[in-house]
Design a protein around this ligand. Structure first.
Ligand code: HAX
Length: 426
């Protein structure tokens, strides 16, 4: 993996120098205070993590290495991974070299396929994805290098190798899960004449030959690749890797977090919501019908899937990118139309309801309806698609953290009585 090592060699020293400079100058300076609201509220808003790969602002949404995501919608996953890891888009030579490395791993080991086949037939595809990575832990160069005594300043190097292999294996693992779990027939081998990651993924899934499907898979992998460091999956990956667990352990754990309904599983729930609407009204509901349905749902204590966000306070640009895709491809099917109608009605309902801090759609509101329209009708699989992409960001964040020689994560926990006592004294 020397091509990424070459690109990162100088950066490791620079990152460490910057960390040292900040610690020397401001090591003891208070930058924020913590309230009991933060303690009970999932630490939302507490600036206690470093993430160099991407930022999410309330009023704009995702930027990858300071480039707005809407300016990356024509890029490939490989370019996005390079950008996440190095901070720069790759040159043509760098991209070709990265694809040479990736292509070696599109075909996954037989033991992974055997493990997936041995799992109970009703296993959730996310459980299969996480388990598949654990079976591959034996491949970790990071763990071997650590066991052989490689010094901590150098550990990022084998971590880069693991990360590249893991990211490049994800499409093959995901495609195998799709074909095994949903009885789609034989596992499809990667393309022999094309090293492009999303083309290979689209091909191995075997869902559609439509060129627009390939384009959707590419867009999907780019849009979901990273979303700062504090979301459940990235944070989980960070915590696990801070113990110097290798990337297979760390990403496997991160994916377990992505499998939660308030995080990555929301895309599955979103499409279910859209399909329920279609069934209830026998097609695309009118605005009035939809309004009443949304109110009933809120009054019964359920959320509107795909709406709201812990950080964003505007329409998620990734939703906008998917919506644009559906418009560009003149997609007319009922689900896509219902997604658009929900977008017209639900923000007003959520605003009037007054609870959600953000009444606007997040990425999950649109993505499932597009996958469904191309023939990927198995909802349970959608979070796996998300995971294939998000592994890129989680791995990139881990590489940066290891270059920074990050400490093991260990916040202080206190009892509720101690919290009340501290608050009373303050
Ligand atoms: N429908 C109904 N109520 C909602 C809501 C929604 N879409 N979004 C938020 N609320 C409610 C919350 O449940 C909360 O109610 P309580 O005070 O009774 O607990 C209140 O509004 C305040 O919540 P918030 O501060 O606006 O939102 P949070 O930061 O707590 O939660 C969530 C953010 C994304 C989890 C939330 O908006 C939600 O549950 N949305 C629906 C599920 C969803 O779309 N998840 C995907 C998020 C994107 C993602 O991470 N993908 O991986």
């Amino acid at each position: 993996m020397s091509i990424l090592h070459t690109a990162l060699n100088e950066q490791a020293a620079k990152l460490r120098a910057r960390k040292k400079e900040i610690l020397e100058q401001y090591g003891e300076t208070t930058i924020a205070s913590v309230t009991p609201g933060h303690v009970f509220g999932g630490m939302r808003g507490v600036p206690a993590l470093i993430c160099e790969t991407s930022t999410v602002s309330a009023d704009e949404g995702l930027r990858i290495r300071n480039i707005p995501i809407m300016e990356l919608t024509d890029r490939t996953p490989e370019e996005t991974f390079w950008l996440l890891v190095t901070g720069q888009l790759p040159t043509a030579d760098e991209l070709a070299a990265l694809q040479d490395v990736f292509a070696k791993y599109y075909e996954i080991p037989q033991y992974v396929i055997d493990t997936l086949k041995a799992m109970p037939a009703d296993s959730h595809p996310m459980a299969m994805l996480s388990a598949a990575l654990l079976t591959m832990e034996r491949e970790s160069e990071f763990r071997k290098a650590y066991d052989e005594g490689l010094g901590k300043d150098e550990l990022w190097k084998p971590l880069v190798n693991d990360a590249a292999r893991l990211v490049a294996s994800m499409p093959g693992i995901a495609a195998a899960i799709y074909r095994i779990r949903f009885n789609k027939g034989e596992i499809i081998k990667p393309l022999s004449n094309d090293k492009d990651m999303s083309n290979n993924f689209a091909h191995m899934l075997g869902v559609s030959d439509d060129p627009a499907w390939k384009e959707l898979v590419r867009l999907y992998l780019v849009l979901h690749s990273d979303h700062e460091g504090g979301n459940v999956s990235a944070f989980t990956g960070y915590v696990v890797s801070s113990a110097l667990s290798d990337p297979y352990y760390s990403v496997s754990a991160a994916l377990c977090g992505l499998a939660g309904p308030l995080h990555g599983l929301a895309n599955q729930e979103c499409l279910k919501f859209i399909m329920d609407l279609k069934e209830e009204f026998g097609g695309v509901p009118s605005e009035e019908q939809l309004k009443e349905y949304a109110w009933n749902r809120l009054n019964s204590g359920q959320v509107i899937p795909g709406y709201g966000h812990a950080v964003l306070r505007v329409t998620d640009p990734r939703f906008t990118a998917f919506r644009q895709f559906s418009l560009d491809h003149n997609m007319q099917d009922d689900n896509v139309q219902i997604v658009n109608r929900v977008f017209d009605v639900v923000p007003g309902v959520l605003t009037e309801h007054g609870k959600a801090k953000n009444p606007w759609p997040n990425v999950d509101a649109a993505s499932g309806s597009l996958l469904y329209a191309f023939g990927m009708t198995e909802f349970d699989f959608y979070t796996v698609m998300f995971g294939v992409s998000r592994a890129m960001g989680i791995c990139a964040q881990m590489i940066v953290k290891r270059m920074l020689n990050s400490s093991i994560v260990r916040p202080k926990s206190i009892t509720m009585d101690a919290l009340a006592e501290k608050a009373a004294k303050a």
